[in-house]
Design a protein around this ligand. Structure first.
Ligand code: CMP
Length: 138
């Protein structure tokens, strides 16, 4: 069944000029782009987005990094979009990411790992609505 997921091309990948290549790979993999915009979050906005990680030791580092520059937020549609997008991204730690995945090609470390993706359909809906209004989704 065709479903939606949410993705972020993180500040490291945008800073390196890799966002165009990543969007091309997303299209080539058969995703329909339903929403896309460039944003620059405040640290407070990043803290809201990553609230489930608030108790983790890397929370400060994560939210500082995510607000360090522009990123591209995406609403993506595909058959079983959540697992399909996670497979295209590769493992969270790029050292463990599969050949051909985005993190293998574009990520430098577990903290600066080029892309984010939702881990469930429920969280995809929550994360899409955190960044997109209904009018911004086609
Ligand atoms: P993401 O999928 O965006 O969700 C939470 C993020 O926390 C994750 O990707 C990583 O970039 C980051 N993260 C996970 N573990 C660590 C860690 N040990 N140190 C720094 N950042 C981490």
């Amino acid at each position: 069944m065709s479903t939606l997921t949410f993705g972020i091309i993180k500040p490291d990948a945008v800073r390196a000029g890799n966002h165009g290549a990543i969007i091309q790979k997303i299209s080539d993999a058969g995703f329909k782009i339903r929403g896309l915009k460039l944003i620059h979050q405040t640290q407070k906005q990043a803290e809201g987005f990553y609230a489930v990680h608030a108790e983790r030791p890397f929370f400060g580092e994560l939210t500082e990094f995510m607000s360090s520059g522009p990123c591209v937020v995406l609403a993506l549609e595909k058959s079983d979009a959540v697992p399909a997008w996670r497979e295209l991204m590769g493992a969270t730690n790029p050292a463990e990411a599969a050949e051909g995945s985005l993190r293998k090609q574009f990520a430098a470390s577990i903290g600066e790992n080029a892309v984010h993706g939702s881990d469930s359909d429920e969280n995809a809906a929550i994360e899409i609505s955190y960044f997109f209004s209904k009018l911004e989704l086609v």
